[in-house]
Design a protein around this ligand. Structure first.
Ligand SMILES: Nc1ncnc2c1ncn2[C@@H]1O[C@H](COP(=O)(O)OP(=O)(O)OP(=O)(O)O)[C@@H](O)[C@H]1O
Ligand code: NI
Length: 400
């Protein structure tokens, strides 16, 4: 599965989701776990953004933060998450007029505003966003059901064993599209067919335990599609499946994306899967994004030593004569403020400054704005001293 053939980029240039400086921490009796520590990235309409990293790097908490489902003792401390769907912005603006800032009418963004109208064309909202970090739970619930849906690793997290698969899809159709009765049954069957479940008219009456693992995950995807989302967040959706089924599910997601112009955020620890699905990749380590690049650039020219380590651990990609390598050690629990590089203790290229300067996110070369890394080795066209100074300066400016 570790192909590195170039994936056609599907970006539209229209940002659907913008994540900006987000921090989410868990306040346990013992310590504060900074699970997501200053993460920023965008997802464009119709594109798949991959989030990759080892266990504990903060991928799932990033997803849960976007969905607004971080459990206690977790709290979103900082940052903005902008959901940029103009129809939804208009809808929320009508419903929550007291919490809307209309910049076209000269409003300033107040602390309570979670709907922001940035521009209008012929009276209609043409640019704006909903900030999910300050949205009330009522609004979040609407977003979760209608605009963003999530598929988890274990399909049984999303399926209720006591209801038929069909009834669960119909429940979602009723809630989000107002469909009931016969129309809902037909749509449920159509959805099961769309996700490649054979004999859908019969299987719609079956219970989750009558489905195989792969079929269950397809049913979960059908349930997610029942709310007709703009953004689908997949958290290791194929990790529990065998390789053949995994390939089928990835292909299914790819088809669905094309048909429905979905944006997908795809979480995995598997670089081989990333190569298959992603247009753009964010590599996470201990709560931070350490490298971000279009998928081709990431595989052809990985910059961060952590990314290189992840790639070398893909079978078939190790340097000639090398055995399969893994990065020694584990992801540390990010329980203190980063005043240093969190990867330094495991990094084969670390030097003295890595222990005392926190790397800022910088372009790896002045010529490529799309490829960034948080590592003191970059930008590579500077001397080490100059590079370190640049990082220190950027950190002082709070530009992370
Ligand atoms: N409910 C919680 N309470 C306390 N700490 C938590 C909680 N959920 C996550 N964490 C911590 O937050 C950090 C990030 O966890 P997260 O689940 O996002 O990692 P991940 O990258 O998704 O890993 P995996 O590949 O194992 O799913 C970890 O240190 C984890 O222990
Ligand atoms: Ni996870």
């Amino acid at each position: 599965m570790a192909t590195t053939e170039p994936v056609e980029r599907r970006e539209s240039g229209e940002t659907l989701l913008s994540v900006e400086g987000v921090r989410t921490a868990f306040f346990t009796d013992k310590e504060v776990i900074r699970a997501v520590d200053g993460v920023s990235f965008d997802i464009e309409r119709g594109e798949t953004v991959g989030i990759v990293g080892e266990s504990g790097s903060g991928k799932s908490v990033t997803a849960r933060t976007i969905m607004g489902i971080v459990d206690s003792p977790g709290r979103v401390l900082d940052g903005r998450i902008e959901f940029r769907d103009t129809e939804r912005v208009q809808w929320f603006a009508d419903k929550f007029s007291k919490r809307t800032a209309d910049l076209t009418a000269g409003d300033e963004i107040g602390e309570d505003d979670f709907v922001v109208i940035e521009a209008r064309e012929a009276g209609e909202v043409s640019a704006g966003y909903v900030d999910t970090t300050s949205a009330p739970e009522k609004a979040l619930r609407k977003l979760r059901g209608g605009d963003m849906a999530m598929v988890f690793q274990d399909p049984l997290t999303s399926l209720n064993p006591v209801y038929t698969v069909g009834n669960q899809i119909k429940e979602s159709l009723k809630l989000h599209q107002g469909l009931t009765g016969r129309a809902a049954t037909e749509e449920a069957i159509d959805l099961l067919e769309a996700v490649g479940i054979p004999d859908a008219a019969r299987r719609v009456e079956e219970y989750p335990h009558q489905f195989s693992g792969g079929m269950r995950q397809r049913a979960v995807i059908a349930m997610a599609l029942a709310c007709d989302p703009e953004l689908l967040i997949c958290d290791e959706p194929t990790t529990a499946l065998d390789v053949t089924i995994q390939a089928q599910i990835l292909e299914l997601l790819d088809d669905l994306q094309e048909e429905r112009d979905l944006s997908i955020m795809f979480i995995t620890h598997d670089m081989g899967v990333i190569a298959e699905v992603a247009d753009r990749v964010n590599v996470m380590y201990a709560g931070e994004i350490v490298e971000s690049a279009p998928v081709e650039a990431l595989f052809a020219d990985p910059k961060h030593p952590y990314t290189r380590g992840l790639l070398e651990s893909i079978p078939g990609r190790e340097a000639a004569g090398d055995r399969l390598r893994t990065i020694e050690g584990d992801v540390p629990t990010p329980n203190e403020e980063p005043t240093y590089c969190r990867f330094a203790p495991r990094c084969p290229e670390a030097f003295a400054e890595c222990e005392r300067v926190h790397p800022a996110d910088v372009q790896v070369a002045d010529t490529d704005a799309e490829h960034t890394s948080a590592c003191l080795l970059y930008p590579e066209d500077r001397t080490r001293e100059e590079a370190v100074q640049l990082h220190q300066q950027r950190e002082r400016e709070g530009d992370r």
